[in-house]
Design a protein around this ligand. Structure first.
Ligand SMILES: [Zn+2]
Length: 64
């Protein structure tokens, strides 16, 4: 994977940068796999389970 994912909130970075635009964390990694596209946070069970609060693309598995 080329895109970086935020270890803190799972947000997948679409642009190059060192800081997550969602939570402000700089703890990013390219070592992740699988992703979920959340279109409607209120109606998505997995979004609730993962604690996601915005409609975006998030990594499912992040290697620590
Ligand atoms: Zn983040």
């Amino acid at each position: 994977m080329e895109e970086k994912a935020c270890k803190n909130c799972r947000f997948i970075m679409k642009s190059h940068g060192d800081v997550c635009p969602l939570c402000g964390s700089n703890d990013l990694t390219t070592k992740w796999n699988g992703y979920i596209i959340v279109l409607n946070v209120e109606k998505s069970e997995i979004a609730k389970k993962l604690g996601l609060k915005v409609a975006s693309t998030f990594a499912l598995n992040i290697k620590t």
